[in-house]
Design a protein around this ligand. Sequence first.
Ligand SMILES: Cc1cc2nc3c(=O)[nH]c(=O)nc-3n(C[C@H](O)[C@H](O)[C@H](O)COP(=O)(O)OP(=O)(O)OC[C@H]3O[C@@H](n4cnc5c(N)ncnc54)[C@H](O)[C@@H]3O)c2cc1C
Length: 382
Amino acid sequence: MVAFSDEHHMLRRLVRDFAEKEIGPYTVAWEANGSFPAHELFAKMAALGLLGLEYDPAYGGQGADHLCTVVLHEELGRVGPAGVALGIAVQTDMATPSLHHFGSDELKQRYLVPALNGEAVCSVAVTEPDAGSDVTALRTRAVRDGDDWVINGSKHYVTNGTQADWICLLARTSDEPGYGGLSQIVVPTDTPGFQVQRRLDKLGMRSSDTAELTFTDLRVPASNTIGTPGLGFYQQMSQFQNERLALGYIAVGAMETALTRTADYLKVRHAFGRPLIDNQHLGFTLAELSARLDMLRQYNYAAAEAYMRGEDVDRFATVGKLQAGRLAREIAATCLQFHGAVGYMEEMWTARFFRDSPVWSIGGGTDEIMLYVLSRLDGYHA
Ligand SMILES: Cc1cc2nc3c(=O)[nH]c(=O)nc-3n(C[C@H](O)[C@H](O)[C@H](O)COP(=O)(O)OP(=O)(O)OC[C@H]3O[C@@H](n4cnc5c(N)ncnc54)[C@H](O)[C@@H]3O)c2cc1C
């Protein structure tokens, strides 16, 4: 059993209070708006030390352990909406891990510090119109010119993309085939040649903005390269592990809320002269889903402990996200169904969760890619 300390429990209360006060009440407005005010919200989170829990205090982080990250995301997922939890996780666990692990001190001072103190919003840009699952197919190119990179290309589906101050960009920096020709580069969005082409209209996660971005003869110093040129693919794969773990933690919180709310509803809704929950089929189904959620939660905790021991968590992150995606979609569909017609109404959280849930099976690598990774890890494929 994972050992959460008093500090972890205190953090859980802090995040829960924060989310219930600063996020929950704005759900409808931010979903309607297509984004949440990231600068405003991140400034409030930074004041509580919530943006850089595990990061080095030298750059404004808290130097806390990974269980704190678990607590943060479970609670953000629990309160919702999932789009806001996603946008926050991009800032804390998807766009910044590479910079923290591999970036130079100077780069961290310039970009990580403002991301952790809430002044800068950031994004990670990997996916392109013709390169999603197959990251090695990406075409955005950075060409060396003196001390600069000159960048041309486009990126799709970039979370926080309309609000970002800087982007962790994965670009092709050499003609070397396969995995070797890619690098991660920090691109400030106030650089000439950067453009937000449009904010994309999504089925769900509507409180999170998702953008299509272009880079035209955009010039940044070569010193903006994160880590080693040519090792960007491997660095991004490592960053994906943080992303997949965080998505799994958020999903557990969101599913817990969905099951609790559905049980509460079935206790007060009557049919055939008794509360709906008295129908064994309904109660048993919720119990079954709750049991599977327990298994996923404990799996996540085992993953977190392995991460803290410094072990390779590739398999944990892959299995956890795969199962989170599958279970989230099943729980979302069941909760909507058990509410009947009202569950199908736009004003109900069930409709929102039903629309949000497929993202866990697409973002950060699809279910099929998780199976591809897993089948290779387990030796079913070369
Ligand atoms: C809400 C949202 C937010 C996102 N945020 C970001 C972000 O911030 N930054 C970013 O870079 N990207 C982001 N993405 C993009 C996401 O990472 C990609 O959509 C995902 O990696 C899949 O790529 P694709 O959409 O191009 O699908 P494709 O690669 O075109 O795949 C299409 C289908 O084919 C399947 N498939 C592909 N290859 C195989 C294979 N070898 N075997 C079996 N099946 C296969 C896929 O699983 C999928 O079902 C976001 C996406 C969404 C929906």
